[in-house]
Design a protein around this ligand. Structure first.
Ligand code: NOJ
Length: 561
C-alpha cells in the first residue's frame, strides 16, 4: 500500500512553529524539539513551508538559494538532523518547492539585471520591452495576485528606465521562464539535491502557474477562478483541455510534471509530490495526478465549500468521481497558511455557494466563535473519515481561530501593502503556536526572548498544547482520538464510501468494513432514523452527545457498525 494514498500530513510553517534561539522567529532546532507533538498527534508526515535563504518579502516564498537554509531558521546540518529525527520517529518529510519564481535577490536575477536586454541571463525570466512610445507601459494587462500590475520596470546599467519583468506575486518574486531548458534542468537538480538528502517529497507551490501562453497575450476579461458550476454550464462540448487562461492551469505544465515524476521514480524509496493548484474544477485538478504525473493535489474545492450539507456532498462526490477517473486518491484540506482559519470562517453565516473567503469580508458578518469551533471540529472529523489523505495546518488541531485584530503596524503579509490595505492579508492564521504557559509567548520562544514576529492574543492560555493535552474534551484530544482511530480502523484512509439515507441537514456514509460517519450540518439537533445506530457503537463524537438517538447541531460522529 502506498503510504501517501491515505496519509495525514501536518503543515509546519517554520517562522511560527517553535523558536529555539529566542529571536522571536521559529527555526529548525525548534521544529526538532517539538516533533513529539506530531507523533503524539498521530500524523504520518510533515510538510515544511519554505526554509531556504530568503529576503522574506513573501515569508520565504521568495527564495534566493534553493540549496541552502535561511540563516534565521538554521543550517543545512540542522535540516539533515531534522530529517533524520523525523525518520527515526516514523514521520515522512515533505519540503516546499517554489518553481514559479525566485527572489529578486537570487543570483540568476541579479545576473539578469546586470546582463541587459537580449541576454541568455534574462531569458531565464520574462523580460519584455514595455508598450507605449517610450516603453513606459507594462507589456500586457496581467495583474499580481497581491494587487497592482504583474510587471515592474527595471533601471538598466546605464541608469535609464529599461525593460519590464513579470511577477505574478510581489516584485521581489520574478517569474521563471519554463520554456527555457536551463530552468527545467536547474529545478530538477534542486529536486535531486533534496531527495539525495533523504526528503520524501515536495509540495509544489503555484503548480498551476508555470506555463505562460505564447506571446504573453492580454488576459482581457478572462475570469479566474472559474466557479465550479461553469463546467456544467459550458456543456459537454467544451473540451477538458481548453487553455482558458493565459497563465493559469495551462496544458503545458503537465509535461514539466511528467519529467519531475521520472526524477522521483528514479529513487528506490517512493518520493512523492503534492500540487498546490488552485484550479477549482476537480476534473482539471485530476489532470495533475494522472498516473505519470504528480501523486496528489490539494483539494481546494473542499476548503472553499461552505458548511452546508448539499454543497459539501456535491463537493465530495465531484472530487471522488474526478479522481477515480485517473486512479488518484483524494486529499482533504480545510486550512493552510494562506486562508482564514476554519473556526473563524465557520463562525459566520455561510454563503450559498463555493468560493474563497477573505478576512475583510468576514469581518462585516456577525460572528459566533462557539458555533465556529463546533463546526470546525465537526468538519475536521468529517474530513478525517473521507477516503484518501488529509492535511492539517499547525494550530488547527488546537482549534485556533484567525487573529482578526492584528494592528496595522503588525501586519507582515505583502498583500496588505500591495493592495493599498484593501486586503488585510494572511497574517491572522500565521500567528505563532501556543505551546504552554498562561501568557505570550506561550512557550513558543525561550524565556527572555524577543517578542514573537507576529503578536499572539492575550487569551490563548487555554488553547496551548499543554492546556489542551490535559483536557479530554479539547480539540487536541479530538484530533488525537480521530487519528488514533484512523490508524487502527481498517475502513479509514484510502478507499471508497457509500452514502446512507439521512435526514435533511445531515450527511451520512458508510465505509467497509464496519464504519459509518454521520454529520449534522444543521443548527438544530436531529433525531436519527430508527435503527440507524442499532448494534453500533459511537467511536468518536466531535461534540458531546445528549442522548443516544439524537445528533446535536454541528456535530460529526463516527460509529462502528
Ligand atoms: C502560494 C503560497 O502558499 C503563498 O503563501 C505564496 O504567497 C504564493 N504561493 C507565492 O509563492
Amino acid at each position: 500500500m502506498d503510504w501517501w494514498r491515505s496519509a495525514v500530513v501536518y503543515q509546519v510553517y517554520p517562522r511560527s512553529f517553535a523558536d529555539s534561539d529566542g529571536d522571536g522567529i521559529g527555526d529548525l532546532p525548534g521544529i526538532r524539539s517539538r516533533l513529539d507533538h506530531l507523533t503524539d498527534l498521530g500524523v504520518d508526515a510533515l510538510w515544511i513551508s519554505p526554509w531556504y535563504p530568503s529576503p522574506m518579502r513573501d515569508a520565504g516564498y521568495d527564495v534566493s538559494d534553493f540549496r541552502d537554509i535561511e540563516p534565521a531558521f538554521g543550517t543545512l546540518a540542522d535540516a539533515d538532523a531534522l530529517v533524520a529525527d523525523a525518520h527515526r520517529l516514523g514521520l515522512r518529510v515533505l519540503l516546499d518547492i517554489v518553481p514559479n519564481h525566485t527572489s529578486d535577490q537570487h543570483r540568476w536575477f541579479q545576473e539578469a539585471l546586470a546582463a541587459g536586454p537580449g541576454s541568455t541571463e534574462r531569458a531565464r525570466y520574462w523580460f519584455r520591452d514595455g508598450r507605449g512610445r517610450g516603453g513606459e507601459e507594462p507589456p500586457n494587462d496581467w495583474v499580481s495576485q497581491f494587487g497592482g500590475p504583474a510587471w515592474t520596470r527595471v533601471t538598466e546599467t546605464d541608469g535609464r528606465p529599461g525593460q519590464w519583468y513579470l511577477h505574478l506575486y510581489t516584485p521581489g518574486q520574478p517569474d521563471l521562464n519554463w520554456e527555457n531548458p536551463e530552468v527545467r534542468t536547474e529545478m530538477e537538480d534542486v529536486l535531486r539535491f533534496w531527495f539525495d538528502r533523504g526528503v520524501d517529497g515536495f509540495r509544489i507551490d503555484v503548480a498551476h502557474g508555470l506555463a505562460k501562453a505564447p506571446g504573453l497575450p492580454d488576459r482581457g476579461g478572462t475570469p479566474w477562478p472559474l466557479p465550479p458550476d461553469d463546467e456544467a454550464a459550458a456543456g459537454p462540448d467544451r473540451r477538458a483541455d481548453d487553455d482558458l487562461h493565459p497563465h493559469w492551469d495551462r496544458d503545458a505544465v503537465h509535461e514539466i510534471y511528467r519529467s519531475w515524476r521520472r526524477v522521483a521514480d528514479s529513487y528506490p524509496q517512493r518520493r512523492v509530490f503534492v500540487a498546490e493548484a488552485w484550479v477549482d474544477r476537480p476534473r482539471r485538478l485530476a489532470r495533475y495526478v494522472r498516473h505519470d504525473e504528480l501523486h496528489t493535489a490539494f483539494n481546494f474545492d473542499f476548503l472553499n465549500t461552505p458548511w452546508d450539507d448539499r454543497l459539501l456532498r456535491a463537493t465530495i462526490d465531484r472530487t471522488i468521481a474526478a479522481l477515480a477517473e485517473v486512479g488518484a486518491p483524494a486529499t482533504w484540506v480545510l486550512e493552510n497558511h494562506d486562508v482564514v482559519r476554519s473556526v473563524s470562517r465557520f463562525a459566520r453565516p455561510q454563503p450559498d455557494r463555493h468560493g474563497r473567503v477573505w478576512l475583510e469580508d468576514l469581518l462585516e458578518l456577525p460572528c459566533d466563535p462557539v458555533v465556529g469551533l463546533r463546526r470546525a471540529r465537526a468538519a475536521a472529523a468529517l474530513m478525517l473519515a473521507l477516503p484518501g489523505g488529509a492535511y492539517i495546518f499547525q494550530g488547527q488541531e488546537l482549534g485556533l481561530p484567525e487573529v482578526e485584530d492584528l494592528a496595522p503596524s503588525a501586519r507582515r503579509d505583502p498583500m496588505w501593502e500591495q493592495t493599498g490595505h484593501a486586503r488585510l492579508g494572511r497574517d491572522g492564521c500565521r500567528v505563532p503556536v501556543p505551546w504552554s504557559g498562561d501568557r505570550p509567548p506561550y512557550g513558543f520562544s525561550p524565556p527572555g526572548a524577543a517578542d514573537p514576529w507576529l503578536p499572539q492574543p492575550a487569551d490563548w492560555a487555554d488553547r496551548s498544547v499543554e492546556a489542551e493535552s490535559a483536557d479530554p474534551s479539547s480539540t487536541l484530544s479530538l484530533f488525537r482520538s480521530a487519528l488514533r482511530l484512523r490508524r487502527e480502523h481498517p475502513a479509514l484512509g484510502d478507499g471508497t464510501l457509500t452514502w446512507l439515507a439521512s435526514p435533511e441537514g445531515t450527511l451520512a456514509f458508510s465505509r467497509a468494513p464496519g464504519f459509518a460517519c454521520w454529520v449534522n450540518v444543521s443548527a438544530t439537533s436531529v433525531e436519527l432514523p430508527a435503527g440507524a445506530l442499532d448494534d453500533s457503537r459511537v467511536l468518536l463524537a466531535s461534540s458531546p452527545l445528549d442522548t443516544d438517538r439524537a445528533l446535536p447541531a454541528d456535530t460529526t460522529i463516527w460509529v462502528g457498525t
